[in-house]
Write a protein that binds this ligand. Structure first.
Ligand code: PGA
Length: 241
């Protein structure tokens, strides 16, 4: 199976920067062969023009979040149907920045996943422990609890799990290879129990320098990249790692 390289642009690039990034990426992708599945997740207002700029290059579009509601009077929310109309095939749900800054509960996340799966969007569901939880040796209990928030009937659903230790996001710290291997084994084991063979991505300070080693680990099916996805030189290194 192809590895996934997912770019999470967060609320960082403005239009001109986003445009320049996609221009560079598209021309590189069109000239290359044997690439992984590249997924770009821009901020909502840029989804449509980014999708148009792919101009047929095999790059997929993803959103960074979605509403837990199907439609209606929910000011400021964006539904999965709208994301589909913008050309999204993927949606990130449960990123630690959403869990933390927006107090997204496990119940809300479950509803979001249900909405996304109803519309056949591939869900990139993020899990991972905080620094304190890690110090208290709660890593696996936390991951298990977060995975339990997934809806019960998801067998064969288009689902990808991203293991993102919170303390590694945007900090320049990455988990050790052993930590990554063990966490991914644990996640794959939990998913198998509910009948899912789910790809598991690693995220947290992935760079052009460390991507190759991380991606060569047996049970790493791809990476979720924040900061380094905003520099095309670094991001491309990750894509061809
Ligand atoms: P980072 O972010 O690569 O900047 O650590 C990863 C993420 O938040 O998904």
């Amino acid at each position: 199976m192809k590895k996934f390289i997912v770019a999470n642009w967060k609320m960082i690039p403005l239009r001109a920067e986003a445009k320049a990034l996609v221009e560079q990426l598209t021309s590189k992708v069109l000239a290359a062969t044997n690439l992984p599945q590249i997924v770009i997740c821009p901020p909502y207002p840029y989804l449509t023009f980014v999708q148009e700029m792919f101009s047929g290059a095999p790059i997929a579009l993803g959103a960074q979040d979605c509403s837990s509601h199907e439609e209606g009077a929910f000011t400021g929310e964006v539904s999965v149907t709208m994301l589909k109309e913008c050309g999204c095939q993927y949606v990130i749900i449960g990123h630690s920045e959403r869990r933390h800054y927006h107090q997204e509960s496990e119940e809300i996340l479950r509803q979001k996943v249900e909405q996304a799966l109803k519309q056949d969007l591939t869900v990139i569901f993020c899990v991972g422990e905080s620094k304190l939880q890690r110090e208290n040796e709660e890593t696996y209990a936390v991951i298990k609890r977060q995975l339990e928030a997934l809806p019960e009937k998801i067998s064969h659903a288009p689902l990808v799990i991203a293991y993102e230790p919170v303390w590694a996001i945007g900090t320049g710290l990455t988990a050790s290879f052993d930590d990554i291997k063990n966490a991914h084994d644990f996640i794959k084991g939990c998913m198998k129990k509910i009948g899912q063979e789910t790809p598991v991505l690693y995220g947290g300070s992935v760079t052009g320098e460390n991507a190759q080693e991380i991606l060569s680990l047996d049970n790493v099916d791809g990476v979720l990249v924040g900061r380094a996805s905003l520099n095309m030189e670094s991001f491309w290194k990750i894509c061809v790692a």
